[in-house]
Design a protein around this ligand. Structure first.
Ligand SMILES: C[S@@+](CC[C@H](N)C(=O)[O-])C[C@H]1O[C@@H](n2cnc3c(N)ncnc32)[C@H](O)[C@@H]1O
Length: 301
């Protein structure tokens, strides 16, 4: 059987250009995956440069790059500061993030990420994570399921979906994607079946992996880690994620506005570099998974 590509990097040039790499700098790729972005960073680093990468999925370790300047850390990026400190790193020149799920995670049926396959309810990026899709679907209160579908899936019929799941699991717990799909079937309109199911899966995945909490904790640490003029180059794939990144770049906060001093000046940690970057038609044609990507770049003040 032909081996499938682990992941095709999105906005490769634009994202790495965004870091304005200094050959002797120290960089971090917090979402290593198949290592596409990391390889490009290494190409632009000189012999004194350093690259640290994170991925919480142990499958990504197979892609580790054999290079003295490179270190791969099999941990969640929400602990970025702690693990960099372990390697004696307190300041860095740039951080790249390409959030969400890799093609590999979608393509391996038994990981449970894809609507295409029959699988146990799992969806953990970290295979030893405590919360799985089984846990969310069978243990969460109806109100928690409702909020999850509303916030992470932007599903208007979230209350109905939550009620149907709670009703169905009373009989017997839902163990597989097939059992879950059977419960969801009445809520999947014929011409939009795939789209709605994908939104439902996305909501469950974000919850299972605590993606919003991890993103916020990570972003907060970037301001302390980056040297002056250090860069962040971040790709998001859904609106909630992109909104957090955008607000954080603008104000160093996720909500509200920063306070002004006596003279009416606000102190913010970043300066925006350019505007929003999205893939062109050509890239989307070649790599459909690029279609929802949004890249934002900023420089530490
Ligand atoms: C979209 S892929 C990145 C692909 C990569 N840029 C490449 O070129 O191959 C996202 C990767 O980040 C990892 N990931 C997502 N959230 C993470 C987190 N909070 N901590 C560590 N790794 C995470 C996933 O396991 C996945 O491998």
């Amino acid at each position: 059987m032909e081996e499938m590509e682990y992941h095709n990097p999105v906005l490769l040039k634009e994202t790495v250009d965004g870091l304005a790499i200094k050959p002797d700098g120290t960089y971090v790729d917090v979402t290593f995956g198949g290592g596409g972005h990391s390889s490009e960073i290494l190409k632009r680093l000189g012999p004194e440069g350093k690259l640290f990468a994170f991925d919480q999925d142990k499958d990504a370790l197979e892609n580790a790059i054999d290079d003295d300047r490179f270190t791969l850390i099999n941990e969640n990026f929400r602990f970025i500061k702690r693990f960099l400190r372990f390697y004696g790193v307190r300041k860095v020149d740039g951080i790249l993030g390409d959030f969400g799920v890799s093609s590999h995670q979608f393509d391996v049926a038994d990981r449970g990420f894809s609507t295409r396959f029959e699988a146990d309810l799992d969806m953990r990026m970290n295979q030893s994570g405590e919360i799985s899709a089984y846990h969310v679907i069978n243990e969460y209160d109806e109100s928690d399921l409702r909020v999850m579908f509303l916030q992470y899936g932007e599903l208007r019929n979230a209350p109905k979906l939550a009620r149907a799941i709670v009703g169905a699991r009373k009989e017997e717990s839902l163990k597989t994607s097939v059992e879950l799909k059977e419960v969801l079937k009445p809520f999947l309109p014929k011409h939009k079946e795939h789209k709605i199911l994908a939104q439902i899966y996305q909501a469950i995945r974000i919850e299972v992996n605590q993606e919003i909490e991890a993103l916020k904790e990570f972003l907060i640490q970037t301001t302390g880690l980056l040297d002056t003029k250090g860069r962040i180059s971040l790709i998001s794939y859904h609106s909630l994620e992109d909104r957090l990144v955008k607000r954080f770049i603008r104000s160093g906060m996720f909500e509200g506005e920063p306070e002004k001093d006596l003279y009416g000046n606000v102190s913010v940690p970043f300066k925006k570099v350019g505007g929003l970057i999205v893939p062109g038609e050509e890239e989307i044609k070649e790599n459909n998974r690029a279609r929802s990507a949004k890249l934002r770049i900023a420089e530490k003040i």
